[in-house]
Design a protein around this ligand. Sequence first.
Ligand code: BTN
Length: 316
Amino acid sequence: MQEKIIDFLRRKQDYASGEEISHRLGISRQALWKHIQELKEAGYDIAAVPHLGYRMICAPDRLFPAEISSRLNTKFIGRKIYYFDSVSSTMDIAMQLGLKNSTEGTLVLTESQTKGRGRLGREWFSPRYKGIYLSLILKPKILLNQAPVLTLMASVSICEAIKEIAALEAQIKWPNDILIHQKKLGGILTEINAEMDGIRFIVIGIGLNVNNDKKALINGATSLKEQKKEGINRIELLQEILRAIEKNYLTFQEKGAQSIIDKWRDYNITLGKRVKVYSHKEHIEGQAVDIDIDGGLLLRTDSGLVQKVTAGDVVH
Ligand code: BTN
């Protein structure tokens, strides 16, 4: 109901009497008053003037589920949201929810993480109210070896959303580092629960630096705010990411991996470059010639052999 009240007041852009809101939303005046008090406690600035009614002055910069759900228009991605002010890692919560058979598209969203995880055992710096930190449960009907394509799908979706909302051109370093001007803006971590007969569920974790100030960023990192020189509406960006993921995910399931890989190529900055790929203690060096249908990177080494790499850290 709070979602509907927020939506109503936003659209109105003026005072709406308690009677009008109650009537339009089918709730009692008393229930409306209670919801308004709760919204105020959550940080909404709502003016209440006798004889005029309620008016939304401004909303807090929070990723409240009611805000995200309002005008989201997806069929299943982000329709069920678990929201936290702080958690250790959204990955842990989403993996637990997956085990409890949560529906596909369930979203775990937080304003900060105390133990945010990055790829290859790294930490993901997750300061409060600055970024987007989420984990999404998917249940694709694909073979296990195609799972990395879902990570590529997520990276493409993020770039599309950034272009749409912030009008910035983000790029992808294989497999899924999101960069702007060679600095890291975001990343994706995928965890899989599989059995002998296939994938049970996949959790896609996304971390994105949005409104971090330049001085608060770690070395080699950037944020949309730094690049754009102005803050970005995290709600609009998150909604657009969810929309893009749903669209690309459905395309992947209908048309196959090639549809995603073709889009990924447009954003990637790895192919055609001479790279070193570090995984564990080893590294392979060569020319990044292509990616295969499972999302693996094909490297032509100095011996002329083409080798497939499935995981690692690329240095251009
Ligand atoms: C990377 O190393 O590039 C991947 C970073 C992924 C970070 C996100 S933040 C939300 C989710 N929860 C985590 O603990 N990690 C992922």
